[in-house]
Design a protein around this ligand. Structure first.
Ligand code: ADP
Ligand code: MG
Length: 701
């Protein structure tokens, strides 16, 4: 919010002393009038409605009752002391309880007056009570009732200690809303307002705090959500346009020998149409002289590696080096092996660089990279250390992007004066809304087709009590020469406990699947790299039947003969993780299975997760359910939740508004790319302000 009024320090507001100001800053980041005005209510309570005491039912979040106090007494001693009051209307009685402020309450309420009480009904010993209800005399309440839709504000424990609970905040808000009159400027161009039938900004700000009717509130929310999302989109789209202008990309003018040789002579299977389309998109980008910054989304098993490989070959054909960065060593090793074998006999030098590359080897590698002898470097974050320099890095592929922080990516970026083209590959399906918001400035390619002949994985949910049955099934599958993963959750907070689960699980499986008939591998993050490698290789070669592992195998591992995925304590995994894990099977021609093991006690969210997995294998659908269950912050990692910082829009719910906002922003920029027209002046100013506020977050650079 732009003008001086909105920037007024919050201390200037009546009722905000130094202490409250401090708390508002520390707890909510509220420094100014503008900040306070965007502390939006998260809910409203309808205070027009009154209930009789005998109408109270367990599902009511709040009740409002009109009546009189009959008895009042203090019960218990010291800490256990409480005030119990009996409140009566013509239908019955209810107990009101206070644990604090007892003395004050006793003096305040008079037996001969009529009151309105408001609170959450609770059943205690078979009787209803209200703990710490709001109490008002009927005469006092009349004024308030003029504004019956009462906002409920977010608050924290510390705020509540300084009387900044929802009521306290509402009390501050009222004078501010009066002061605000006539001072809130419009930010959106008139045409947009007309087109989207938006209500004026000042009215929206007023009514979000004091809605007149539910219908009006909808319009108010629409206006504010639209505005919020519109400016995010405007910013991202401008950034994208700007980057394209600013950076010259390396021109990959030819598709040459390596690409063609590979395509004609080494490709192990025909590309899917989706793979072809994406490669074409990438060729167009990299051949145009623009700088490519592309997100490649493709479900697990959709064949992204091959696309990456062919993209790198285009770079090499044009005299550049290429690199691929993976989030784990296992995955880097696997990429190294896959790519080396695919490119075998093509006279290209491919190198692997990870945390466990030995010093002497490293030195040699660094030199070979600088001289340009190495064509393709495959590695983990070791690849972004400053000491790793290339002769001419032209293309970087980042696999399974969600594991990399923005910071890590940016380091890779700095390796060249001229940034290499970047292809970010992710299997975590990001809901469209989130992708539009987080990656709105990237170009997006989607592989929406799995290679032919894949049978959908059959997913079953089994309770722990059916373990023997599951073991029996596993034995049948092993007889058919299939391999099996058994995965245990690993959640940071309780690592030691988790490892115990894993160890116990390993032992019980070893007992149920004894040597020499069965061979069991174990793999977890605390093992030494060589040990991990060793176990992984044994499993890949088919020397062991079962791989007991933590989620280290979640990302990218490719063992086509493994066709059963058993997930232990599946209720402890998030949906996108479950989907990733399931993606480890179903890669060969055999029917594959995913078995979700859980205890009987499941929360409703956990039930929904299990049911979703059983019902669908569509990554985007799963991502949408995930977004609804967890909210956007959790999905993309905590770094981004702060970054999004949405005040009112909700990506899980407001997909439609987001699409409108994006389209309107696109239209606007098409007509006025630099927002120079007078009618867009306010929008340009608002954008500049937002840009000042926030760091660039969604860029690869
Ligand atoms: P992801 O997209 O999950 O990284 P991968 O690149 O690991 O998937 O590919 C999964 C499996 O599919 C690999 O075994 C790969 O060889 C195979 N594959 C990739 N493309 C095709 C294709 N066009 N036809 C058949 N199999 C393919
Ligand atoms: Mg992959």
């Amino acid at each position: 919010m732009s003008n001086a009024f909105l920037q007024t320090p919050v201390e200037y507001l009546k009722g905000v002393g130094p202490q409250k100001a401090e708390i508002l800053k520390a707890e909510m980041g509220i420094f100014s009038y503008g900040d306070l005005l965007t502390l939006y209510p998260f809910r409203y309570v309808d205070r027009t409605k009154f209930y009789k005491i005998n109408e109270i039912t367990p599902d009511m979040p709040y009740v409002q009752i009109r009546g009189r106090f009959t008895r009042m007494k203090t019960i218990g001693e010291k800490r256990a002391k409480r005030l119990s009051a009996i409140f009566k209307d013509e239908s019955g009685e209810i107990e009101l309880v206070w644990f604090q402020g007892i003395k004050w309450m006793v003096d305040k309420f008079k037996g001969d007056k009529e009151y309105i009480v408001f609170g959450k009904p609770q059943l205690y010993n078979g009787k209803w009570n209200l703990a710490h209800p709001e109490v008002e005399e009927v005469s006092e309440a009349n004024t308030r009732l003029a504004n019956a839709w009462q906002p409920v504000y977010p608050s924290t424990e510390k705020m509540k200690l300084k009387a900044l609970d929802t009521k306290g905040i509402a009390r501050l808000m009222r004078p501010l809303l009066t002061l605000m009159h006539g001072k809130i400027e419009e930010t959106l161009p008139e045409r947009v307002i007309g087109k989207m039938k938006l209500i004026a900004r000042e009215e929206a700000v007023l009514q979000i705090h004091l809605p007149s009717t539910p219908e009006k509130l909808q319009k108010v929310e629409f206006r504010l959500k639209f505005e919020e999302l519109f400016f995010i989109q405007l910013k991202l789209l401008k950034l994208k346009a700007h980057r394209k202008e600013q950076f010259k990309g390396f021109v990959f003018g030819v598709v040459g020998e390596y690409f063609n040789d590979f395509y004609k002579n080494h490709l192990p299977f025909p590309l899917t149409n989706a793979q072809k389309r994406v490669i074409k998109e990438i060729r167009q980008d990299t051949g145009s002289g623009k700088h490519m910054n592309r997100l490649l989304q493709g479900d697990v098993g959709s064949g992204k590696t091959l696309v990456a490989l062919m993209t790198m070959l285009i770079a090499i054909d044009n005299g550049f080096q290429a690199a691929i960065m993976a989030p784990t060593e296992i995955l880097a090793n696997q990429h190294f092996e896959t790519i080396s074998s695919l490119l075998g006999g093509m006279n290209l030098r491919i190198a692997l660089l990870t945390g466990s590359t030995k010093t002497a080897q490293r030195r040699e590698l660094h030199a070979a990279l600088l001289s340009g002898e190495i064509h393709i470097l495959i590695g983990t974050h070791a690849l972004i250390e400053d000491i790793v320099q290339f002769k001419n890095l032209g293309m970087v592929v980042i696999d399974e992007q969600h594991r990399f922080g923005v910071e890590q990516r940016s380091r890779l970026w700095k390796k060249n004066l001229n940034p290499p083209h970047v292809l970010v590959m992710t299997a975590t399906p990001i809901p469209r809304t989130l992708a539009m918001t987080l990656y709105g400035d990237l170009d997006v390619s989607v592989i929406d087709e799995l290679p032919p002949g894949r049978k959908p994985v059959r997913t079953l949910h089994k309770f722990d009590s059916h373990r023997l049955e599951v073991f029996g099934f596993m034995k049948e599958q092993i007889k058919l020469k299939r391999q099996i993963y058994v995965v245990y959750p690993l959640i940071k907070e309780s690592e030691t406990m988790d490892y115990k689960d894993l160890q116990d699980g390993y032992e019980s499986i070893s007992r149920a699947f004894p040597l020499p008939e069965y061979k069991v591998s174990i793999l977890h993050g605390q093992m030494k790299t060589e040990a991990k490698d060793f176990e992984m290789k044994r499993f890949v070669k088919g020397e062991t039947n079962i791989m007991v592992a933590t989620t280290v195998i979640e990302v990218g591992v490719n063992v086509p003969n493994a066709s059963v995925m058993v997930i232990e304590s599946a209720e402890r995994f998030g949906l996108s993780q479950l989907h990733q894990l399931r993606g480890r099977v179903g890669r060969g021609a055999d029917q594959s299975f995913c078995i979700l093991m859980s205890s009987h006690k499941l929360s409703s969210d956990a039930k929904l997760r299990m049911n979703t997995m059983v019902r669908t294998s569509d990554g985007f659908e799963i991502a949408d359910v995930d977004l609804k269950l967890r909210g956007p912050g959790d999905i993309t990692g905590t770094q981004q939740s702060g970054i999004l910082n949405l005040k009112i829009a909700d990506l899980a719910q407001d997909a439609q508004i987001l699409t409108y906002a994006r389209n309107v922003a696109i239209d606007l920029l098409e007509e006025d790319p630099d927002l120079m027209k007078p009618e867009n002046k306010m929008a340009a100013e608002r954008l500049a302000e937002l840009e000042k506020d926030r760091t660039n977050w969604s860029r690869i650079s």
